[in-house]
Design a protein around this ligand. Structure first.
Ligand code: DSN
Length: 430
């Protein structure tokens, strides 16, 4: 008999707290019932979810394996050491810290390791595809540090490397940061490294979005170029909702001290165990094939939306996501998001470079293929999805009872029934 305390016991929860059990079930229904195209989401495996729902959540373990501030850490030490070893091996990194609670926490630690208040960083601007934690005024990173931002070239819509070089020479930043949340193209890490070397800056890559593609060998790794790489573990990587950092041996102590005790308290050992499971999954041939298919699917989806007038910025994508300009079809990003939602398609409005709209309206949408590829969909299904998005966005309505919402939703239902997220158990309970 399985000891239910190894992992989650849904039946017990259902009996004790039907309100929350009901939310768990209805969220599962939502995931199963629609198309999930948020580029930063994925469906983690039952094995990862089991580690997350385990008794490792109970343990306080400030410190690092073998050097803790509490007794009773013998077992969680094993989990963290396995996670560290697998992470280092997966990315070929000198050092790994698997304790950050999230991408934002990982980024805080990088700032803590390298920057003093008031010092300067050079990063991609948020409206051009960067991230809140990359020096925006509303974030600690913009409040406490001096942020200088580069953007994309107006013609190519790709990173303006000449501008990066010019700003680096002018401002002599202590950190140069590459990465963001809406960058469809691969990044020229060698060029960034050369610029950082010229001005004596730390080269930091926030690989949160694309680290899963790196793990699966589908795109070039930043690890050989960067001093430090921070990332989340729940996007293409398909692990638990969390973060991690890898860096060169030279910076290992600074990063470890910045994660704990500078920024965080007790590590989440259940999440660290789930990251270990995820790193093992990512080392398989199946995952490498998955990463390749994520990119192939994204390319088809971007092209097919483009042929329907929903223009991909930069002309396409090399990664798991594409960013689309809706001005040609005369719809705002906010309207597109709500129309798609009513039709059973979850995606997000997104600013496009040089966007004339305010961020909460936006002229674009961002779509990604991590979830639909996990469901087993391929290039034929991407063509269908492009057609469904186009119909919902250009002919649909935010009202779920509108005829176009109903019609698109029916096709979405047929599609996800053929490629289920979290397939229901068969008669044998498997
Ligand atoms: N919220 C994430 C995304 O959607 O890209 C970034 O933090």
């Amino acid at each position: 008999m399985t000891d239910t305390f190894y992992g989650s016991d849904f039946r017990a929860l259902e009996a004790f707290d039907p309100d929350i059990a009901g939310v768990l079930l209805s969220e599962l229904d939502r995931l199963r019932g629609g198309l999930q195209l948020i580029a930063s989401e994925n469906f983690s495996s039952p094995e990862v979810l089991t580690a997350l729902g385990s008794t490792l959540s109970n343990k306080y373990a400030e410190g690092y394996p073998g050097r803790r501030y509490y007794g009773g850490c013998s077992e969680v030490d094993k989990a963290e050491q396995i996670a560290i070893d697998r992470c280092r091996q997966l990315f070929g990194a000198d050092h790994a810290n698997v304790q950050p609670h999230s991408g934002a926490s990982a980024n805080q630690a990088v700032y803590g390791a390298f920057l003093k208040p008031g010092e300067t960083l050079l990063a991609m601007s948020l409206p051009h595809g960067g991230h809140l934690t990359h020096g925006t005024k509303v974030s600690f990173s913009g409040k406490w540090f001096t942020a200088v931002h580069y953007g994309v070239d107006r013609e190519t819509e790709n990173i303006d490397y000449d501008q990066v070089e010019k700003l680096a020479r002018e401002h002599r930043p202590k950190i140069i940061l590459a990465g963001g949340s809406a960058i469809p193209r691969t990044i020229d890490f060698a060029r960034f490294r050369a610029i950082a070397d010229e001005v004596g800056a730390i080269f930091w890559v926030d690989a949160a979005h694309f680290i899963g593609l790196v793990a699966g060998g589908a795109i070039e790794s930043p690890v050989p170029y960067a001093d430090v790489v921070s990332f989340t573990t729940h996007k293409v990587l398909r692990g638990p909702r969390s973060g991690a950092i890898v860096c060169t041996a030279e910076h290992a102590t600074a990063i470890d001290k910045a994660v704990f005790p500078m920024m965080q308290g007790g590590p989440q050992m259940h999440s660290i165990a789930a990251k270990a499971v995820n790193f093992k999954e990512c080392a398989t041939a199946e995952y490498r094939d998955y990463a390749r298919r994520v990119v192939a699917n994204a390319a088809v989806l971007a092209t097919e939306l483009g042929t329907r007038g929903i223009r991909p910025t930069t002309g396409g994508t090399d990664t798991h996501l594409s960013l689309h300009d809706l001005q040609g079809v005369g719809v705002t990003g906010a309207d597109a998001e709500s129309r798609a939602d009513a039709a059973g398609i979850t995606l997000n409005k997104n600013a496009i470079p040089f966007d004339p709209q305010k961020p909460n309206v936006a002229s674009g949408i961002r779509v990604g293929t991590p979830c639909v590829t996990t469901q087993g969909m391929g290039e034929d299904e991407m063509r269908t999805i492009a057609e469904l998005i186009h119909r919902a966005v250009t002919k649909g309505d935010a009202d779920p009872e509108h005829p176009v919402s109903r019609e698109v939703r029916a096709t979405v239902s047929d599609l996800v029934a053929r490629f289920p997220a979290y397939a229901r158990p068969d008669a044998n309970g498997r």
